[in-house]
Design a protein around this ligand. Structure first.
Ligand SMILES: *Cc1c(COP(=O)(O)O)cnc(C)c1O
Length: 563
């Protein structure tokens, strides 16, 4: 079985389960959902990541809304199985040993995709090296580059040591694992008995590699100074033409992956376009992201689908038949999901949420371009709106520990909330994670997303909402350009809708957002429950059936893995 695996999937973070804090956000959740769908579809895949023994942090918020962090320590021994092989990598001319822990992701038909979590915390290593697989996105550039040596080069060696001899493709989920391509190149050079790589080696490696880029934001593209690269990697760089790994005089993980992959994609149609502008010399396709349907459907809706659409877990396309589920059943099922959220909010925050009040949700990693404050930009306008229709808002999201700007964004939401109370009831729930993600996306009435175009590569939380019959009210960017059919699956903010309020809201997304809420969403919710239920049903049938990782994995198989 082991030896039959054809595809190796590499990711710096993977959200394997609610219990394992081995992910920070969207990239990790996508990786986990990808693997879950590969298991459902029996794709012969094996996955590699780092152990992240200290986890991604627990978020604390003080009375002023300032974030502090606690390590989210967990016990690998309780969840994973240690594997016998040991392999090593060279870092700054030291030999660093690593081992792997195995986690099994079982699909709907019990097919298993094994995931190996690499760990340098072993007695043979020095003190500093033992901490290399502790902290996800922790430390400085130097720490990151060393981690990437472990992930990319160590990962390839570990798969070999574990007996995976028939791997045909290596999928780099973002550039953090690009050094795997250099490792494959080295293997090829060594096998040919040479010391310098040539065109043939590049072509051979090219054929094996697949690269998915995930963001147009520069911070998402790892670069390291030539000096640091030489210090950390030593002679590993000497045998290759600098053009392969270097851009503007620096080691560039995105260009390394671009240069050595036969298939490159962005994660939504628009993001493909944006990426082609950023990297004009390369052929870049797009495969729009998805979410794992069963994972992101709350229990009440799982039961409703089991009743009306048997087989939906095995074949998510079946969710289109949600069109025949009666409105009242959809409303009643959503009511149960909403009750769970309202109870959680009231238990945790004492906010006095009401199940009958229109509830909006926004949960994103705190980053400037995601504009968490857009809805709160004009407090007067929001208060005026709330005098006509009651409103409740749920916010959540972590800022990276070193991101002071992100922390200020969270604090700003906190302060706005104080201003808006009691007319608008806003809560910020700490510790956004998979569990909270499902609770919020399924429990609110409308999902809100307000990125600054064109910086949202895809976004996936609105897809989770759709599976639970929750329509989106979102800026037309990322996946929502594809998913939004105005008034049918949800509502757009800005751009495509500008004709409706052409002068008033030109270039002003906040204005467009208030207008859409006031004129369209609130009236529909308050006065036309059947009309609202119809949008909910279309969110499931049109978007739940398509924006899932099962459709996505099928596209990777056809376009990237086995074209
Ligand atoms: C789904 C999810 C994300 C990603 O959502 P986006 O809309 O892409 O930001 C991030 N974090 C958690 C915990 C999630 O569940």
């Amino acid at each position: 079985m082991t030896t039959e695996r054809r595809i190796a999937y590499f990711s710096m973070e993977i959200a394997l389960s609610e219990e394992l804090p081995t992910y920070a956000g969207g990239l990790g959740v996508l990786a986990g959902d990808t693997i879950r769908s590969a298991a459902d579809l029996r794709v012969p895949m094996v996955a590699v990541t780092l152990l992240h023994r200290k986890g991604y942090f627990d978020q604390r918020l003080d009375a002023d809304g300032w974030q502090s962090e606690q390590p989210a320590e967990w016990s690998p021994e309780r969840h994973l199985v240690e594997q016998p092989p040991r392999v090593s990598v060279e870092i700054e001319a030291r030999t660093v040993q690593l081992r792997a822990w195995r986690y099994e992701v079982a699909g709907v038909g019990q097919f298993v995709v094994p995931v190996y979590l690499l760990d340098t915390d072993i007695a043979e290593n020095g003190e500093w090296d033992r901490k290399l697989t502790d902290t996800l996105y922790g430390g400085d550039d130097h720490y990151r580059l060393c981690q990437e040596v472990v992930l990319g080069m160590g990962g390839v060696r570990m798969l070999q040591a574990l007996g995976y001899a028939k791997l045909q493709r290596y999928h780099m989920n973002e550039g953090h694992s690009s050094l795997l391509a250099l490792e494959l190149l080295d293997e090829h050079v060594a096998a040919a008995g040479r010391t310098q790589s040539n065109r043939d080696d590049v072509i051979a490696v090219h054929d094996k590699c697949v690269f998915t880029t995930h963001t147009p934001v520069p911070a998402g593209h790892d670069r390291f100074s030539q000096e640091m690269a030489e210090r950390v990697l030593g002679s590993a760089l000497n045998s290759h033409d600098q053009d392969i790994y270097s851009h503007d005089g620096r080691l560039n993980m995105t260009y390394l992956a671009l240069n050595l992959s036969h298939y490159v994609n962005g994660v939504a149609k628009k993001h493909g376009e944006v990426s082609r502008h950023m990297f004009a010399k390369y052929q870049i396709d797009s495969i729009t992201n998805g979410v794992h349907a069963a994972t992101w459907t709350t229990r009440p809706f799982q039961q409703l689908f089991d009743q009306h659409i048997p087989g939906w877990r095995e074949d998510n396309f079946n969710l289109r038949y949600a069109l025949s589920i009666p409105h009242n059943e959809i409303l009643e099922t959503h009511g149960r999901a909403k009750k769970a959220l309202v109870e959680y909010v009231n238990r945790e925050t004492n906010a006095g949420f009401n199940e009958d009040v229109l509830t909006l949700g926004f949960a994103r990693r705190a980053a400037t371009y995601k504009r968490p404050g857009l809805l709160l930009e004009d407090a007067e306008r929001l208060l005026e709106l709330s005098r006509k229709h009651a409103l409740q808002l749920v916010f959540a999201g972590k800022a990276h520990p070193r991101d002071q700007t992100g922390k200020k964004l969270i604090q700003h939401v906190f302060q706005q909330a104080k201003q808006l109370r009691p007319s608008v009831n806003l809560v910020f729930l700490p510790n956004y994670d998979m569990r909270l993600g499902l609770l919020i996306t399924s429990g609110v009435d409308v999902w809100l997303n307000t990125p600054q175009p064109p910086l949202e590569a895809s976004g996936t939380s609105g897809m989770k909402a759709a599976l639970n019959g929750v329509p989106s009210l979102s800026v037309l960017d990322g996946w929502w350009i594809e998913g939004c059919i105005e008034g049918v699956t949800g509502w757009g903010i800005g751009e495509r809708q500008r004709d409706e309020r052409p002068h008033e809201c030109a270039e002003n997304d906040a204005c467009s957002l208030y207008g859409k809420l006031e004129d369209v969403v609130l009236p529909l919710f308050c006065r036309d429950r059947d009309g609202f239920a119809e949008v909910m049903r279309h969110a499931i049938a049109l978007n739940g059936s398509f924006f899932n990782t099962q459709r996505m994995m099928q596209q990777y198989v056809l376009k990237a893995y086995f074209p």
